[in-house]
Design a protein around this ligand. Structure first.
Ligand SMILES: [Zn+2]
Length: 332
């Protein structure tokens, strides 16, 4: 197991088990996740301990609890600078680049977190929305293993990139990195009949796929969702085998599975973008050509490129090409 990166607690369980990571504050101004992480640390008895490595009698496997972007958390901002985003840095082309003095705080932090994410079997990355939205859980692809865990979280909506519309940069996220490079558990599977000549089986390693999820627990300034989100985190920890439980956790009902079908990108830099009053809330219906919002000053309009439901609206200062929001369609 790797040494925990700065601002990460590594709790070593008494029994064998998977390696799981919960992150909060990858975007520094998303407060509910920070509260959930603090409450989890308190519940496990480590609230007054500094980040580091500890034995945890009641757990199995290895649990890492960490603050994603400490510099942004201290500034109460999404990132250390408006043009930066830690959750777009987890791309091999950035990470493998020889470190430079000019590298952003976010890229340096991503490099610190990579050894942890590479050994993570299960990731739950806690986020919160800029504008009001029902909570949601998201993943890159809706595989059975992702959906099995997503269905345990107390949300009505599961959002995926099932249609593959996200660009390379947009998928430089923690959850996608864990899907692609996480997990160190191998099963040794026999292939073919035993070799008579050699008197042994031919075996091959098969990596157990890692499962990365992000969890938008509510509005970024709203502390109310913390109890629901905490329940979700505990259900997730019990299901993957970190927290002991004798109960069988049933999947929650009435979830809708969505795929991102379009990206609504800003068409200019501007001091401000104002969403239309009826288009602020997550999962609001929109028709192609309908007004999503306007830039100030100047009142230039941004129209919906296609029909669906608006999700993950972002009202921070608009930058040309950055997503203002996404359009999702039900995935059946
Ligand atoms: Zn976020």
């Amino acid at each position: 197991m790797c040494k925990p990166p700065p601002f990460v607690w590594h709790l070593i369980g008494k029994k064998a088990g998977p390696t799981a990571t919960i992150l909060a504050g990858v975007h520094g101004n998303e407060l509910p996740g920070l509260v959930v992480l603090r409450v989890l640390l308190r519940a496990l008895g480590f609230a007054d301990r500094s980040p580091g490595r500890y034995q945890a009698e009641n757990l199995a496997g290895n649990l890492y609890l960490g603050f994603g972007n400490p510099e942004a958390i201290l500034k109460n901002s999404r990132a250390s600078a408006p043009s930066e985003d830690l959750n777009r840095c987890f791309l091999p082309e950035f990470l493998r680049r020889w470190p430079r003095k000019t590298d952003s705080n976010e890229l340096r932090r991503a490099r610190e977190l990579v050894p942890l994410l590479e050994q993570t079997d299960y990731l739950l990355d806690l986020h919160a929305t800029h504008l009001p939205s029902p909570p949601l859980v998201g993943c890159e692809q809706p595989t059975p293993r992702h959906l099995e865990l997503a269905h345990l979280l107390p949300v009505e909506h599961v959002l995926t990139n099932g249609k593959g519309v996200m660009s390379e940069t947009d998928i430089g996220t923690t959850d996608n990195f864990v899907d692609c490079f996480g997990g160190e558990r191998f099963e040794w599977l026999p292939i073919g009949p035993p070799s008579i000549m050699m008197g042994s089986w031919t075996i091959t390693p098969k990596r157990t796929p890692a499962v990365g999820l992000y969890y938008e627990v509510g509005l970024k300034t709203d502390f109310n969702p913390q109890s629901v989100a905490l329940t979700g985190a505990l259900r997730w920890l019990a299901t993957i085998g970190i927290l002991p439980t004798t109960a069988t956790l049933e999947p929650l009902q009435n979830q809708t599975l969505w795929a991102i079908s379009d990206i609504v990108r800003h068409k200019q830099d501007a001091p401000k973008f104002i969403f239309a009053p009826d288009k602020k809330r997550g999962f609001t219906s929109v028709a192609q050509g309908e007004l999503i919002g306007h830039y100030e000053p100047g009142a230039i309009e941004l129209l919906a490129p296609s029909t669906g439901a608006l999700v993950l609206q972002n009202d921070t200062q608009p930058l040309l090409g950055a997503p203002a929001c996404f359009i999702a369609s039900p995935l059946t």
